[in-house]
Write a protein that binds this ligand. Structure first.
Ligand code: FDA
Length: 394
C-alpha cells in the first residue's frame, strides 16, 4: 500500500474532489480521505437532486465574507464557464432555471460521477469510511495522518471538510479544529441559507397559514432579496428568506415588502376612489393570498370599507405593506441550513492559492473558509474555484 503522497485532501466533497482532480492532472500523487460512506454526498442531495452546479452570473458580490475581496482571485481564474465546459465534455444535459442558475436535467449523481471519473483518470486515490484520528506536522515539514486504515504522509495537506450544515450527511467541525491546531484564526460560525423561526404571538398569528407562499422583498442590514416567501409550521422559509437569513442575526430588523414592485400608496388611493364600499381585506386578497390578507387585517390593520379610511390611515397601511416588520426569534440551525457562515479566517490565507500564510503546505478550500455564497449555485462555484486554485498551487 502506498502511504506517501504529494498531497492529501481531507473531504471528498465538491471542493476536495475538484482540488484532487486538478492536482492529479498536473501529475501529483493525490490521496482523498473522507469519513463518510461515499464521496460527494452533499452534491447528491443538492438542488433537489438535480444539483444547481453553478450560476452564470457569479461574481464576488454574491458572497458573504469578512473580507469581500478575498474570493475575487480564485473566482476570476475558474469561472462558471470552465465548469460548464467540463459538464459539456461529460455530455451532462443541463438547463437554466432562473437568474443564471444551472441544474442537471437528470440527476446530481451525474456531477459526482463526472468528478470521480476525472479523479480516476488523474490517478487520484479516494478512501471513504476513513476517520482521521490525528494530524501531525513532522520536523521534516511533512503531514502525517493517522487513521484506522493506516498512516499516510504528504508534503501538502488540503482541508476541504466543509461546514457544519446537515450533520446527518457527514458534516463536522473537523476543519475548524484542525485550523486551530495549526494556529489559524477561525471566525464564529452560524447557519446560513436557513429558514427562520417565529415564536410567541408572531408564531401564533401565522402558524395555521403554513403552506401559503407569496412574493416579497426581504430587507435586512441594507441588503434586499426579492423572491418567494413560504410560511411554515415553525416560521418562514422560501428563497427570499433563505437568502436574507445569511444577513440576519437575532435582534436585527427584518422588513418585508409585501407588494414588491407595486406602489402601495397609489394602489390604495385608486381602490378608495373606485371600490369605495369594498373592505380592505377583500381588495388586499386580490393582490395577496386571501388567507394571508385576512390575517393581516385581523392583527396588523383595521378592516373596514375603503371609503371610511382617513388619508393618514391609508398612509400607515401603505407603509406597513412596504415594510412589514417580522420579528424572527431564531433560525432552524445547522439541521436544515444549506451552508455555514464564518469559518477559517481569510486573513490567514493567500487569496490566490488558499495556502496558509504561516504554515507551508497547508491549504483550506470550500465551505470551511469564511466565504459563503448566495442561494443559486454560488456555493458550488466557490467550491470549484477554490478547489481549482489550491489544486494548481500545490
Ligand atoms: P462538502 O460538505 O461538500 O464536503 C465536505 C466533505 O468532507 C464531506 O464529504 C464530508 O463527509 C467530509 N468530512 C467532513 N468532516 C470530515 C472528517 N472529520 N474527516 C473526513 N472527512 C470529513 N450549493 C449550490 O451551489 N447549489 C446547490 O444546489 C446546493 N444545494 C444544497 C442543498 C443542500 C440540502 C445543502 C445542505 C447544501 C447545498 N448547497 C448547494 C451548498 C453546497 O452543498 C456546499 O456549499 C458545498 O457542498 C461545499 O463544498 P465543500 O467541498 O466545501 O464541502
Amino acid at each position: 500500500m502506498n502511504t506517501q503522497f504529494d498531497a492529501i485532501v481531507i473531504g471528498a466533497g465538491a471542493a476536495g474532489l475538484m482540488c484532487a482532480l486538478t492536482a492529479g492532472q498536473r501529475g501529483l500523487r493525490v490521496l482523498v480521505l473522507d469519513h463518510a460512506n461515499k464521496a460527494g454526498k452533499k452534491i447528491l442531495m443538492s438542488g433537489g437532486g438535480r444539483c444547481n452546479f453553478t450560476n452564470t452570473g457569479a461574481s464576488p458580490a454574491n458572497f458573504v465574507s469578512a473580507n469581500k475581496h478575498f474570493c475575487k482571485s480564485a473566482l476570476a481564474r475558474y469561472t462558471p464557464w470552465h465548469f460548464i465546459a467540463l459538464v459539456e465534455r461529460h455530455r451532462i444535459a443541463y438547463h437554466e432555471k432562473e437568474l443564471g442558475q444551472l441544474f442537471c436535467d437528470d440527476s446530481s449523481k451525474q456531477i459526482v460521477a463526472m468528478l470521480l471519473a476525472e479523479c480516476a483518470h488523474a490517478g487520484v486515490e479516494i478512501r471513504t469510511h476513513c476517520t482521521i484520528e490525528r494530524v501531525e506536522h513532522t520536523d521534516a515539514g511533512h503531514y502525517r495522518l493517522h487513521t484506522p486504515q493506516g498512516h499516510f504522509t504528504s508534503a501538502a495537506l488540503v482541508v476541504a471538510s466543509g461546514g457544519l450544515s446537515i450533520p446527518s450527511m457527514g458534516a463536522s467541525g473537523f476543519g475548524y479544529q484542525l485550523a486551530k491546531q495549526f494556529g489559524q484564526h477561525v471566525l464564529p460560525t452560524r447557519a446560513g441559507l436557513v429558514p427562520l423561526t417565529l415564536s410567541g404571538k408572531h408564531a401564533e398569528r401565522l402558524q395555521d397559514l403554513a403552506g401559503v407562499s407569496l412574493p416579497v422583498e426581504a430587507t435586512c442590514n441594507g441588503v434586499s432579496f426579492r423572491n418567494f416567501m413560504l410560511i411554515t409550521h415553525r416560521g418562514i422559509s422560501g428563497p427570499s428568506i433563505l437568502q436574507i437569513s445569511s444577513y440576519w442575526q437575532p435582534g436585527d430588523d427584518l422588513r418585508l415588502d409585501l407588494l414588491p414592485g407595486i406602489d402601495g400608496a397609489q394602489q390604495l388611493a385608486d381602490w378608495q376612489r373606485t371600490r369605495r364600499d369594498t373592505e380592505l381585506k377583500t381588495v388586499l386578497g386580490e393582490v395577496l393570498p386571501k388567507r394571508f390578507a385576512q390575517r393581516l387585517c385581523e392583527h396588523w390593520m383595521i378592516n373596514k370599507p375603503l371609503r371610511q379610511y382617513t388619508p393618514a390611515e391609508l398612509h400607515a397601511i401603505a407603509e406597513l405593506l412596504a415594510a412589514w416588520p417580522l420579528i424572527a426569534s431564531g433560525s432552524e440551525g445547522y439541521r436544515t441550513a444549506e451552508v455555514t457562515l464564518g469559518g477559517v479566517d481569510t486573513d490567514g490565507l493567500s487569496s490566490s492559492t488558499l495556502q496558509s500564510k504561516t504554515i507551508p503546505g497547508l491549504y483550506f478550500i470550500g465551505e470551511v473558509v469564511d466565504v459563503t455564497g448566495w442561494l443559486g449555485g454560488y456555493n458550488f462555484q466557490w467550491a470549484w474555484a477554490s478547489g481549482h486554485a489550491a489544486g494548481m498551487a500545490i
